[in-house]
Design a protein. Sequence first.
Length: 132
Amino acid sequence: MDLGSLSTREEQLLVASAVLGDLWRRRQERRPVLIVIDEAHNVCPADPGDLLAARTAKLAIRIAAEGHKFGLYLLVSTQHPQKIAENVLSQADHLVRLRLNSLADTAFTQAAFSFVPPSPVDPAVTFHQGGT
């Protein structure tokens, strides 16, 4: 589902909340589903700011923490890791890093993924479009 095609943030959050909620309610079916959330800071923000954003973030956090037991796998993508709910990041088993926008994002990512040595994360601020 392309949330970017919806015109307002509220519509995007409402649809994201409905889809994540439906997948969570049907988790006992154990049907494998890969949930991809691009620009994840918009769907599961660290600071939700309102009830709809908080509900959506709570669902994403729950799926990140418990979903794999039920075949629900969460892939989140962002250039702003500090803006994603920390519990979503801390539940991630894998990190694919591309460009990060700042040294602060690099430091935050390194702290969130403490099991990853600094050497693969540090150069992420120097990456350019189309290559390293």
